[in-house]
Design a protein around this ligand. Structure first.
Ligand SMILES: NC(=O)C1=CN([C@@H]2O[C@H](COP(=O)(O)OP(=O)(O)OC[C@H]3O[C@@H](n4cnc5c(N)ncnc54)[C@H](O)[C@@H]3O)[C@@H](O)[C@H]2O)C=CC1
Ligand code: BAL
Length: 502
C-alpha cells in the first residue's frame, strides 16, 4: 500500500497520504521494504511510517532524473518551465492549509503563527522562480576582435541531489527545488528522517501541475545510507545541502568523488549587537523573535546577544516582559491552538541535546538562568519554555556552540571595538544583527562583521529576492534571489572564429 489515511481533527482535514518513494511521478516501495516511523513532537505518538530509500533506490531515482534531463527537461523551454512553476504556485496556494497542517502535525511548528507563514513564503518564492525561469540572464557575448567573439552561456548542471533538514521541511525543500527547476535541472531530493511526509504529499502537486516524470524525485531515507549514496553518486552533477556543519563537511568529502559542485547551508551562532542608542523596544522584539520563533530551530537564530553595558539591565527587563507576553505554549500543549506561539522541538534527540546545553550552563558553568514559564507537566511532547542566560562569558560553551533551541545567551560590551570583536569571535558566519540609530555605527558594523547576512534594526527577516548563505563554517554558495539561479547553473564559453581561416 502506497497510501495511508490520516486525519487531523483540530483542522478537520483527512489525507490520503503517500508513503512511498516518489520516483518518475509515482510512489513506489523501497527495494528492501525498510520503513521509517514518524511521530508527532507535541505528543510523541506515531503518525505513520514511510518507505526509506536504500542505495539501490537512490540509483533508480538518479537514473530517472538523468533520463528526464537528457530526453525532456533539457529541451523544455525556460518559458514552459516557468509556466509549470506558476501552475505549481496556484496549486500550493489552493492546498496551503492542508500542507501547513501536515507540517504542524509532523514538525510541531505552531500552525497559525509559523506553518502558515512558511506556506506564504513558499507560494511567493514559487512565483519568484517561475518568473525567473525566462527572465534570468542566461549569458553574454564578449567581442574579442573584428572576427572573433565569445558567447558565454549559463547552463544547468543536469542532475542535482539535494539533502534538507527538518526545521523548515517544505520551505527548505522549496528554497532548493524551485530555483533549481527554473534553471533547467532535474532533481533527486532527500528530506530529513523525521519530516518527510509533507514533501511526499506536496510531490503530488508537481504531477498535477504537469511536470514530466523524473524531473523531481523525492527519496526519504536515512542520512547515512540514502544521503551518503546521493552525495557520492557518480551521475549526480551537483549536491546542495542544508543542515549541520558536521554533515556539511561529510557531504563535501563525498562530493569530491566525482568533483560535484556543492552548495552548503550549515550551522550558525549568529550575534545580535544592541547599542545604547538603539530603539530598545524594537531591539527587544526582533531579538526575542529571532531566538524563540520556531522554538529556536533556525540556522540564523540570534543565539548570542551582546548589549552595551549602559542599557544592559533595561534591555533584559524589557526582554523578559516581552517574552512573557509573546512566547507561550498556549493552554492546550497543542501547536494547532491559536494561542500557541512556541511549539515543541522536533524530537527527543533534539530535546535532550538542548537540555544538555541548559544543564551545562546552569550546573557546570554556574551561569544565571532565567525562564518565563515552566516545563509542562504530564506531557510526552518535547516542549521547552523560553530560556535565557545572563552575564555569559565569551569563553562559555553557550557562546560557542549552536544550541538550536529556545535558549538566548546575553553578554555585555563597553564600546564598538569590543562589540565587533565579540561578534566575530566564532567559527560560523551565517548572519548577524545590529541595533543602533547611529548611521556611522551601522555602516562600520556592516563593513566589519564577518557574516553572509547583516540585519540592521531587525533580525531573521528573510526576503526571498535576497541572496542567503554563510561565511566561514556556515557554508558555501547562496540560495534565494538570482543567486538561487546562479547556484544551479554553470558557465560554458564558446569561442567563435569568423575570420577567413587565418
Ligand atoms: N542549518 C540548519 O538549518 C540546520 C542545522 N542543524 C544543526 O544540526 C544539529 C543536529 O541535527 P541533525 O538532524 O542531526 O542534522 P543533520 O545535519 O544530521 O541532518 C540534516 C540532513 O542531513 C542528512 N544527513 C545526515 N547524515 C548524512 C550523511 N552522512 N550524508 C548525507 N546526508 C546526511 C539527514 O538525513 C538530514 O536530511 C542541530 O542541533 C543543529 O545544530 C540541523 C538542522 C538544520
Ligand atoms: N529560516 C530558514 C533557514 C533555516 O533556518 O534553516
Amino acid at each position: 500500500m502506497m497510501f495511508e489515511t490520516i486525519s487531523i481533527p483540530q483542522v478537520g482535514f483527512t489525507y490520503t497520504l503517500p508513503i512511498g518513494l516518489f520516483i518518475n511521478n509515482e510512489y513506489v516501495a523501497s527495494k528492501n521494504g525498510e520503513k521509517i516511523d514518524t511521530a508527532n513532537p507535541s505528543t510523541g505518538e506515531k503518525i505513520t511510517s514511510f518507505y526509506a530509500a536504500s542505495e539501490a533506490d537512490v540509483d533508480v531515482a538518479v537514473k530517472a532524473a538523468r533520463e528526464a534531463y537528457e530526453n525532456v527537461w533539457s529541451i523544455t523551454s525556460a518559458e514552459q518551465r516557468g509556466r509549470l512553476l506558476y501552475k505549481l504556485a496556484e496549486l500550493i496556494e489552493r492546498d496551503k492549509f492542508k500542507l501547513a497542517a501536515l507540517e504542524t502535525l509532523d514538525s510541531g511548528k505552531p500552525y497559525h503563527s509559523n506553518a502558515l507563514n512558511d506556506l506564504e513564503q513558499i507560494i511567493q518564492l514559487t512565483r519568484y522562480f517561475a518568473g525567473s525561469a525566462d527572465k534570468y540572464n542566461k549569458g553574454e557575448t564578449i567581442p574579442l576582435n573584428h572576427d572573433k567573439y565569445a558567447m558565454i552561456f549559463k547552463v544547468p548542471y543536469g542532475v542535482v541531489g539535494q539533502v534538507i533538514p527538518w526545521n523548515y521541511p517544505l520551505a527548505m525543500a522549496s528554497w532548493k527545488i524551485q530555483g533549481c527547476l527554473a534553471a533547467g535541472n532535474t532533481i533527486v531530493i532527500k528530506p530529513a528522517e523525521n519530516t518527510s511526509i509533507s514533501l511526499l504529499y506536496m510531490a503530488q502537486l508537481f504531477v498535477e501541475a504537469g511536470f514530466p516524470p523524473g524531473v523531481l524525485n523525492v527519496i526519504p531515507g536515512h542520512g547515512a545510507t540514502a544521503g551518503t549514496a546521493l552525495a557520492s553518486h557518480p551521475d549526480v552533477d551537483k549536491i546542495a545541502f542544508t543542515g549541520s556543519t558536521q554533515v556539511g563537511q561529510k557531504i563535501m568529502e563525498l562530493a569530491g568523488s566525482n568533483l560535484k559542485a556543492i552548495t552548503l547551508e550549515c550551522g550558525g551562532k549568529s550575534p545580535a549587537v544592541v547599542f545604547a542608542d538603539s530603539a530598545l523596544d524594537n531591539a527587544v522584539e526582533w531579538i526575542a523573535n529571532g531566538i524563540y520563533y520556531n522554538s529556536g530551530q533556525n540556522c540564523t537564530a540570534n543565539s548570542r546577544v551582546y548589549i552595551q553595558e549602559t542599557v544592559y539591565d533595561e534591555f533584559i527587563s524589557k526582554f523578559k516582559a516581552y517574552t512573557h507576553k509573546m512566547w507561550t505554549f498556549g493552554d492546550k500543549l497543542d501547536p494547532f491552538d491559536k494561542k500557541c506561539t512556541l511549539g515543541p522541538v522536533i524530537s527527543e534527540t533534539q530535546f535532550k541535546r538542548i537540555l544538555s546545553y541548559v544543564d551545562h550552563g546552569r550546573d557546570n558553568e554556574t551561569l544565571k538562568m532565567e525562564t518565563v514559564a515552566d516545563f509542562p507537566k504530564n506531557s510526552n511532547g518535547y516542549f521547552i519554555p523560553p530560556i535565557f542566560f545572563v552575564d555569559v562569558p565569551q569563553s562559555s560553551k553557550l557562546n560557542k556552540e549552536e544550541i538550536f533551541g529556545p535558549v538566548a545567551v546575553f553578554s555585555k560590551f563597553k564600546d564598538y571595538q569590543e562589540a565587533i570583536k565579540l561578534a566575530n569571535d566564532t567559527t560560523y558566519g551565517l548572519a548577524s544583527a545590529v541595533f543602533s540609530e547611529n548611521v556611522r555605527t551601522i555602516n562600520h558594523f556592516i563593513r566589519d562583521v564577518k557574516a553572509g547576512t547583516v540585519w540592521v534594526n531587525s533580525s531573521n527577516d528573510e526576503e526571498i529576492s535576497v541572496p542567503f548563505g554563510g561565511f566561514k563554517m556556515s557554508g558555501i554558495g547562496r540560495e534565494l534571489g538570482q543567486s538561487g539561479m546562479d547556484s544551479y547553473t554553470q558557465l560554458k564559453a564558446a569561442h567563435i572564429n569568423l575570420s577567413n581561416y587565418k
